[in-house]
Design a protein around this ligand. Structure first.
Ligand code: FE2
Length: 289
């Protein structure tokens, strides 16, 4: 991203744990040991790579599969310390497959709704409201030139499964070891690029509190409150300074390990949202194209 101090401020206000890392920044969530992402400085917003963690027992199988499929193994990017497998996906995005602890959820995330009995006030006073701190990265949405090719690559090479898609417009994929409805999604564009990071929070109230805090810090552009159809999650997207988004997400559908989620091709009107305000006109504009 072009301005590390703006990134530091945006993601800290969003509720993430932002720490210095090499020449850039690491994105964590408070109370969770994993580093979900890193940001370096560059002339313009540009997605660099995506890393997939796999079990130690599976890494040799992945190496063998890449060889059998004739997929060229690449060196890690300069400055990245890694003994993982590096490759290009169908769009030329850099991908790493590396042994790592499982960070996708093994159970459906808790999404609470607090109410009280008659004769009591349910809402907190504003002075008592706590900031929203997301629990973990939930998913990443990428632009792709060809959604069908993305589905094909990520299922055959990475071993993911399609949860749902809508023609060649959008596709949602989950991992087979227990995963949200989507850990990666792909939307049609004329070029690859990064669209949004989605962060799991514990309630619709936390979504609203987070969105209100971001508004008070000058980050009022975005989309929400709404509810998606595919994945079912409640959402509010906050636009970052570079035209991509961070999403507060609650209540997403969960696919248990080895569960056979029936993948469907859905009508476009059922691929986006059940209810919510109209999305901004440039919501699906690819600023990396
Ligand atoms: Fe999302």
């Amino acid at each position: 991203m072009p301005d590390l101090s703006a990134a530091e401020s945006f993601y800290s206000e969003f509720g993430l744990a932002v720490t210095p890392s090499g020449q850039g920044l690491a994105l964590g969530t408070h109370g969770h040991p994993h580093t979900w992402g890193t940001i370096g400085e560059g002339p313009r917003k540009k997605h660099q790579y995506m890393s997939f963690g796999v079990f130690e027992d599976d890494i040799h199988g992945f190496a063998k599969r890449l060889q059998e499929m004739g997929i060229v193994r690449l060196d890690p990017p300069k400055g990245v310390d890694s003994n993982g497998l590096w490759l290009h996906d169908q769009d030329g995005n850099l991908v790493e497959i590396a042994v790592a602890p499982k960070t996708s959820p093994s159970d459906k995330s808790e999404c609470s709704f607090v109410t009280v009995g008659a004769g009591m006030q349910a809402a907190p006073f504003r002075r008592d409201v706590k900031r929203t701190y997301p629990r973990r990265l939930a998913h990443v949405l990428m632009f792709t030139r060809d959604v069908s090719k993305a589905m094909d690559f990520y299922t055959r090479v990475l071993g993911m499964r399609v949860s749902d898609h809508s023609g060649d417009g959008i596709a949602f994929l989950h991992g087979v070891h227990g995963s949200d409805h989507h850990m990666v999604a792909f939307a049609k564009s004329n070029a690859p690029g990064f669209h949004h990071l989605s962060w799991d929070v514990g309630s619709v109230d936390e979504i609203g509190v987070g969105a209100t805090h971001m508004l008070s810090k000058g980050h009022g552009r975005g989309w929400g409150l709404g509810r998606h159809v595919l994945g079912s999650n409640y959402f509010h997207y906050v636009r970052d300074p570079w035209g991509s988004y961070s999403e507060y997400s609650a209540g997403i559908d969960f696919v248990p390990a080895d569960f056979d989620w029936e993948a469907a091709d859905n009508a476009p009107e059922d691929s986006f949202y059940v209810w919510g305000p109209n999305p901004p006109e440039d919501f699906v504009h690819n600023y990396e194209a």
